[in-house]
Design a protein around this ligand. Structure first.
Ligand code: NI
Length: 258
């Protein structure tokens, strides 16, 4: 099988003790490619460093809405986006994760929006797609995408199982990346959401080391577990897991221009 995990954080410190072994094991397990996603300047640099060592790995760079503790002014936004822009571009396939998160951060909505906008501009300048993180911010996220031109479009990473967001996101031309959340027993509308996504806009991911799917929920997640996400989708769409792997692999290569 050639599973493509479009979002992991093998740059996280939870992989510091066994990163190389874990990557090798992942690439032997039926996962042909995966993305290491940055979420601030340091983790973005690390994502690129890791990806440079393996043909099968790629990186995204960006500053997430949950990493703005030291970014409070226009100047600080500019400085930090500049640092992202200066990371050597080899192996960078998207700007992300970027977006809005009002679950963890309600106090700095304007800074979040400004940071999101500036990184959309960077993506356009570099001719890259964006990887969107959105939580409890459906309306503002959609508003941002409607009022800012995103040339290469992008991906809703770990897409919340929100009908409105998926519907409008698809209409705007974005891909929907589903994570282990769809396997959780309390994800009541997972099947409906899976059915809403046409095959040519569907992606799969783990968000490792977080969000381990059933039946390994609660453990440190890794990209090998993306098979459980594919398996759930296959069941709902009445396909084989191999078919879902093939479709989502082709979609990933298309959006990331690999
Ligand atoms: Ni992430």
């Amino acid at each position: 099988m050639n599973l493509f995990d479009t979002h992991s954080h093998y740059n996280d410190e939870k992989f510091d003790l066994d990163r190389e072994e874990m990557i090798r094991e992942t690439l032997r397990s039926g996962v042909s490619n995966f993305i290491v996603a940055g979420y601030n300047v340091e983790s973005s640099k690390k994502a690129v460093e890791i990806a440079q060592n393996y043909n099968e790995l790629y990186a995204t760079v960006g500053i997430s809405p949950n990493d703005l503790d030291n970014i409070k002014s226009q100047e600080e936004i500019k400085e930090n986006v500049e640092k992202i822009a200066q990371i050597p571009s080899k192996k960078i396939v998207a700007i992300g994760e970027i977006g809005l998160d009002y679950y963890w951060n309600k106090e700095n909505k304007e800074i979040q929006k400004e940071m999101f906008a500036k990184q959309i501009e960077l993506a356009n300048k570099l001719k890259l797609p964006i990887v969107i993180h959105t939580r409890e911010a459906v309306l503002d996220t959609l508003e941002m995408l409607k009022t800012h031109n995103v040339e290469r479009k992008g991906i809703f990473h770990c897409c919340p199982l929100n009908r409105e967001l998926v519907k409008e996101g698809l209409k705007l031309g974005f891909y929907i990346s589903l994570s282990g959340v769809i396997t959780f027993k309390n994800a009541k509308n997972a099947e409906e959401i899976i059915q809403m996504i046409p095959e040519d806009r569907l992606l799969i991911e783990t968000d490792s080391p977080y969000l381990a799917p059933e039946p390994v929920r609660g453990t440190r997640n890794n990209s090998i577990n993306v098979k459980y996400v594919a398996e759930k989708i296959a069941k709902v769409k009445n396909k084989t897991i191999e078919e879902i792997a093939k479709i989502t692999n082709e979609n990933a290569k298309k959006i990331f221009n690999i």
